[in-house]
Write a protein that binds this ligand. Structure first.
Ligand code: 9Z3
Length: 327
């Protein structure tokens, strides 16, 4: 208890909201299969962490969640997120010595594929004869490095991809991942870059069939999505290193909101970004400081120095907890 939400209620209230969300959500398809994949991935890479061959395991969330308007969903509410941040960050985490659980929106940007734009994918190849397809010389270097890095991370068992579409799927999978990652103590990290819906239609109040346009105006009542950051920090994986993102379109309020999130959810870091400049600059609120990170000539991606900063802080955090004996 002790911690208050905006309405002044205790955490217990948040937990009740979270419980209601989960108990009324449609059951996750392939739940046991997902749980097994996560458990095996953590067991395998947990051993590598113990042998000091890996720093840790990070769950990177990526892309936007949808909010269905009908149970047999024809229409849904979506958001802008392309998944570029999550995919790019995953590559840098693997490079830095992490295994990554990439919890991503189906069909969004994937690690090691971001240099191959969807619309010109076919342009990268040519038919040599009836039997062979070649990569065009102009794209050879990009393809060699993307394919090489992709196979190295997959062969090394360092990348587990888990797709979601709806807010229901996202939060249920995040709970499975987080409760399993709790066993890693401070060697577990959450990097929550997904653009998670703030409002949704609870499953129980959702109509079953396609909404008819003949009914005229459509009024939809949206309920707030329970704040799972608190549940993640307090219940699912309380010893893990947690980084959340704050997105605003109004720069005036960005830092204030980011600071609020840092304190309210007791995050170890909050990455603040503004919609239009998100690929150029982020501000990281960490250890009482605000650190601006920019994309420069030296760094092709803003995620390169960003992940570097977070990894240094994570190592420090894990070392401290381990030396305190609280890991
Ligand atoms: C972010 O702020 C990410 O950096 C972006 C990345 C979604 C902007 P893209 O996927 O964009 O590369 O196109 N993610 C978190 C956004 C969010 O929903 N944050 C919540 C908030 O701001 C807190 S969980 O209230």
């Amino acid at each position: 208890m002790g911690e208050k939400n905006e309405q002044g209620s205790d955490f217990v209230t948040l937990d009740v909201n979270a419980q209601t969300f989960f108990s009324s959500a449609p059951p996750l398809k392939d739940e046991s299969d997902i749980a097994k994949k996560v458990k095996d991935f953590i067991a395998q890479n947990g051993e590598a962490i113990e042998r000091r061959r890996l720093i840790g395991i990070v769950c990177v969330t990526s892309g936007g969640t949808t909010v269905p308007l009908e149970q047999r969903c024809v229409r849904f509410i979506d958001n802008f997120s392309s998944g570029h941040r999550g995919a790019t960050s995953t590559e840098y985490f693997v490079k830095a010595g992490y295994a990554v659980i990439f919890l991503h929106r189906r069909g969004t940007c994937q690690p090691y594929f971001r240099d191959i734009p969807e619309d010109s994918f076919m342009e990268y190849f040519e038919l040599n004869d009836e039997l062979t397809v070649n990569v065009r010389q102009a794209h050879m270097e990009v393809m060699k490095s993307s394919i090489g890095n992709y196979h190295a991370s997959v062969r090394g068992g360092l990348l587990l991809k888990l797709p979601f579409t709806t807010i229901f799927e996202y939060l249920q999978i995040l709970r499975i991942v987080a409760t399993s990652m709790d066993s890693l103590g401070p060697r577990g990290m959450f990097y929550l870059a997904a653009a998670v819906s703030d409002f949704y239609v609870p499953w129980m109040s959702m109509v079953e069939h396609k909404i008819q346009s003949s009914s005229g105006h459509l009024n939809v009542s949206l309920a707030p999505v329970p704040k799972m950051l608190s549940v993640l920090r307090n219940e699912w994986a309380p010893r893990a290193f947690c980084i959340s993102f704050k997105l605003e379109t109004d720069t005036e309020i960005l830092l204030e909101k980011a600071e609020m999130a840092l304190n309210k959810y007791k995050m170890h870091a909050v990455v603040a970004n503004e919609l239009l400049t998100r690929k150029e600059q982020v501000i990281v609120l960490i250890s009482g400081k605000k650190i601006t990170i920019r994309r420069t000539e030296e760094f092709r991606d803003v995620e390169d120095p960003l992940i570097d900063l977070l990894v240094q802080n994570h190592l420090e955090f894990a070392k401290q907890l381990q030396s305190n004996g609280s890991a």
